[in-house]
Design a protein. Structure first.
Length: 224
């Protein structure tokens, strides 16, 4: 039997590997009006049994935000990057392209583990995106048109394609979208139980509530 220290290191390495392989870095706008898409992305990620991560979910106040972002990117194999709000409105949002660049840089220049990264780039309209960010025009991007259901389908199909060697397929995008609609109907009542307004939920709050809802949702299953 290996000594305790070696066992502890092996257990830690196994936990870190699992966290990396299940971690989905969500790079998205922080505008209040974007919240339905944000919740849809989180719901789709969790419904496919991955873990949603975001810089706003990190609580170390003393750590510079760019360091939080770099740490999260390093810790996640998967990245969802929504560039739907980079156009001037009234000023352009540069945070999302910056974080996409960091993620692509980790994939291109990182070690063997980092080179397994995969990205999903979301936009509102492909034509507008080509004008605003032509350097990644050759990459596949998916337009969600500002519709949460389209965002859910995009996330589910991307994860299904990238993990097609798994034993069973994920529930269909339409099925996950159906359960998301049911969740949204119950959310005001859930929030009332916590004495908090739905609009006040943090990223971490939302992840926690959705996770618990999916666990108790007897109607939901991985089989589409």
């Amino acid at each position: 039997m290996p000594p305790p220290l070696r066992r502890d290191r092996a257990a830690l390495a196994a936990r870190q590997a699992e966290a990396f392989n299940l971690g989905v870095f969500i790079n998205r706008p922080f505008d209040t009006g974007y919240r339905p898409i944000r919740d849809a992305l989180i719901f789709a990620v969790l419904a496919c049994h991955f873990r949603a991560r975001c810089a706003l979910g990190a609580s170390n106040f003393g750590q510079p935000r760019v360091d939080k972002i770099v740490a999260l990117i390093r810790a996640c194999r998967w990245g969802i990057h929504d560039l739907s709000q980079i156009q001037p409105n009234p000023t352009p949002h540069f945070n999302m392209p910056l974080e996409l660049g960091l993620f692509l840089g980790a994939h291109r220049f990182g070690g063997p583990k980092q080179r397994t990264k995969s990205s999903l780039v979301l936009v509102r309209d492909k034509a507008e995106f080509r004008q605003a960010c032509s350097n990644v025009d050759g990459q596949d991007v998916v337009a969600h048109r500002g519709e949460p259901n389209d965002a859910i389908v995009a996330v589910r199909d991307w994860l299904q394609t990238e993990t097609r060697d798994r034993a069973a397929p994920y529930a269909s995008g339409a099925r996950i979208a159906e359960r998301f609609a049911a969740f949204r109907m119950e959310l005001p009542e859930i929030c009332a139980g916590f004495r908090v307004e739905p609009e006040a939920l943090t990223f971490s709050d939302t992840c926690d509530i959705i996770s618990k809802w999916l666990i108790r949702d007897a109607a939901f299953s991985l089989a589409g």
